[in-house]
Design a binder for this molecule. Structure first.
Ligand SMILES: [Zn+2]
Length: 265
């Protein structure tokens, strides 16, 4: 049998359009370093913008600077779905992975972010709060469908964006399960990654997320070690939250720290 199998593998490799990629042997406990960025709003701020809006908003021009930097640094932009495939199903990672994520499903994800991502041929992951979909400040299901069809990765961020640890168990379970079901039934795509609203989670919430069929989940980094994780932390993948005014210099600093930092969980 062996010669037959050998030929078959060669044939597959020859036909593959996927470039060779470095794999990480997580079974030996190697720490994988992937910068996962978390964006919220990309828009020009109104004059009466609240402090909160100012904190979480990048202007479209600033966002283009960020994407320019990502392109110039030679990053391989991947999605959380691809990350999940790596963590849970052994798919290889490219050599210099970075992940762009956007939370809450704001309208500008479609109007301002998507065109820029398309221009750079980047994909990104959008974590959607499903009850908000269709309200004026948020994307519609039709827009999400279009984004999905254009290669964007749509994952879940609960139904109503609560602090999950403050809810009764049954209510928390519904938030976690129903957001997955809503996206899967509307878009026909698999939802396997969950983003805890406010990065608020506990061991019990992690169990619920696992029970609902998610294979990994993301939190929000509260410190500069946010980009470090291991396979056994796949339900607490940290992200660097980008705030208004963060420059490409700040991004470069994060990468420097990532390379220099050998702390692991
Ligand atoms: Zn959120």
């Amino acid at each position: 049998m062996r010669p037959t199998i050998f030929v078959f593998v060669l044939f597959l490799a020859g036909c593959s359009s996927i470039p060779p990629a470095r794999t990480s042997d997580l079974s030996r406990g190697e720490t994988v370093r992937v910068l996962i960025l978390l964006y919220h709003h990309i828009q020009d701020l109104p004059g009466d913008a609240s402090d909160s809006l100012r904190r979480w908003t990048l202007t479209p021009a600033q966002f283009v600077e960020h994407m320019d930097w990502v392109a110039q640094q030679g990053f391989d932009v991947i999605t959380m779905a691809q990350m999940n495939e790596h963590l849970n199903h052994g798919a290889p990672l490219p050599a210099h992975p970075i992940i762009l994520t956007f939370d809450d499903g704001w309208k500008d994800n479609y109007t301002a972010v998507l065109p820029v991502l398309r221009k750079y041929r980047f994909s990104a992951t959008f974590f959607i709060t499903t009850e908000s979909v269709g309200h004026s400040a948020f994307v519609t299901w039709e827009e999400l469908k279009a984004m999905s069809e254009q290669g964007m990765d749509i994952q879940a961020h609960s139904v109503t964006h609560p602090h999950l640890t403050k809810l009764k168990d049954e209510a928390a379970r519904r938030e976690i399960e129903d957001s997955k079901k809503a996206i899967e039934s509307r878009l026909g795509t698999a939802v396997v990654v969950f983003a805890y609203p406010f990065g608020n989670y506990s061991e019990k919430i992690i169990s619920m997320v696992k029970d609902a069929g998610y294979e990994s989940a993301t939190i929000v980094s509260g410190n500069n070690l946010g980009y470090l994780y291991r396979a056994d932390r796949s339900y607490a993948l940290s992200r660097i939250a980008i705030e208004g005014g963060n420059t490409v210099g700040d991004l470069a600093q994060s990468v420097r720290e990532m390379k220099e930092n050998h702390v692991s969980y």
